[in-house]
Design a protein around this ligand. Structure first.
Ligand code: SF4
Ligand code: SF4
Length: 103
């Protein structure tokens, strides 16, 4: 069984679909995204582009639902610890920190 110290994000696999946001029972995942039109190929296509991704570990209960429901395996359990932080604000893991935890 993998070590579950925190959650990591493989940004390149995230489609900003918001499934993890909707299914998180603690409502501790926050995503900002925008849409772009792709004109390559035969038909124009609209895609979501990730702007920000945050997990608030002050609220997270480590249930793993976000990891389980992510359709692209962008969210993973990480062996990287370091969440015993001194302030409430420091418990919010941002995009860069989540990416570091996925390496
Ligand atoms: S582990 Fe559970 S509570 Fe924590 S972010 Fe994922 S779905 Fe939300
Ligand atoms: S469920 Fe996965 S692909 Fe969808 S927004 Fe969350 S991390 Fe990204």
């Amino acid at each position: 069984m993998s070590v579950r110290e925190s959650i990591g994000l493989h940004e390149q696999s995230c489609t900003s679909c918001l499934i993890c946001v909707r299914d998180c029972p603690s409502q501790c995942i926050e995503i900002e995204r925008h849409t772009e039109q792709l004109t390559e190929g035969r038909r124009p296509k609209t895609v979501h582009v990730l702007d920000a991704f945050r997990i608030d570990y002050a609220l997270c209960m480590y249930c793993g639902i976000c990891v389980d429901v992510c359709p692209t395996d962008a969210l993973i359990w990480s062996p990287v610890a370091g969440l015993a932080l001194p302030s409430r604000a420091a418990l919010v893991s941002d995009r860069e920190d989540l990416a570091r935890r996925a390496q």
